[in-house]
Design a protein around this ligand. Sequence first.
Ligand code: F0G
Length: 460
Amino acid sequence: MGSRKTSWAEPFKIKMVEPIKMTTREQRERCIKEAGYNTFLLKSEDVYIDLLTDSGTAAMSDRQWAAMMLGDEAYAGSRNFYSLEEVVREYYGYKHLIPTHQGRGAENILSQCMIKKGDFVPGNMYFTTTRIHQEIAGGEFIDVIIDEAHDPSHEHPFKGNVDLQKMEDLIKKVGASRIPYVSLETNVNMAGGQPVSMQNIKDLYHLCKKHNIPVMLDATRAAENAFFIKEREKGYENKSVKEILREICSYTDGCTMSGKKDCLVNIGGFLAVNDDQLCLKAQNLVVVYEGLHTYGGMAGRDMEAMAQGIRESVEDDHQAARIGQVRYLGQKIKDAGVPIVLPIGSHAVFLDAKKFLPHLDQDEFPAQALAAELYVDSGVRAMERGNVSAGRDPKTGKNRRPKLELVRLTLPRRVYTQAHMDVVSESVIELYEHRKDIRGLAFDYEPENLRFFQARFKKK
Ligand code: F0G
């Protein structure tokens, strides 16, 4: 057992493999040009190591594949719905389950049910799809994360925390009646995969209760957040990820979930709530946008695989290996002096593109340019999380120029090996040595909504 104490070795062995192929630099130069220097527009076949996202990219276990065979594809009342409902009640603790095709489906329903025109929706940093649904429903997103979260080098252990003073100030300014709920994200994606502490969740919940404001959790990476609480928060060292996850949810009134992350499935999501009236309203909308309330856009087999994925996601060993691999990659890159977001988060290593490419203005999209160059160098696909993702301010029409201008090297769960991580770090380090040669980008085509997905660029 001695070696298990420090090793994060994976608690699984590999039963099936999927071949990947290395391309030549000339091929990759052509591919990225054809993709308008946007890694979202590359064909996956032309990618060697795909670190675009941890969303829907996990390897399922043999037990999950076996669960797929138990699919009951009835239009109404599939047994897999009841099985998922039971698991969500046991592991997350919410009373009602409304399945959706993925996270943004749940965000749409929640936003439509709760937000009125002119409302304010506070949250601990925006997420792209979450904010756009809040805006479409007539709300305005207000960032109430602690200031440290916007500083890539600040090593606060719970950089995802809500600033309770900012919350109180907002309540004072606009009144609780114009705040339909607080959107609380665990392991804040845009901040670099940074956790929220249990104390902060508890304090937020009590503050909100006083003003009758519900707390809605974005539980997409809540199990990963639970692991950080176990490691870093006093009093939780001997609790399991499973117990901690349940406690997190107990200080919230419901959640939206992208099952494509923590839950270890390739597609699916849900909305879960405790309030009976809200559940009825959501069930009434889910039939408009997603499907009947007992499948909500998911196949029966996918609901069963998700139920099994949830059971696996709270295993302490699973999270230790998951987060251990991210840290292995991050540490190698950091040790070479490359600027990254600290502390290293749960699902990705984030390169600080502002510090990496100080010769570029933020409107030349340094993170977008760096992600394109990384692909050309080694066939590794990453994602921009900076000025392109942040979009334009609807009031001024200007680029939002967020403080964080990042390239995200996102690790799919249970997919790549330590040797793959070595390839990635070598390529990043080599690019850093040649960083002065990297040029900026300008828009060739800029879509109106969530522009980062489909935008095209040209080299400056
Ligand atoms: N909330 C968070 C925190 C997310 O990271 C995502 C998706 C969603 C909601 C939306 O869920 O994709 O299932 O509709 N994040 C992916 C990513 C796309 O790459 O970070 P979805």
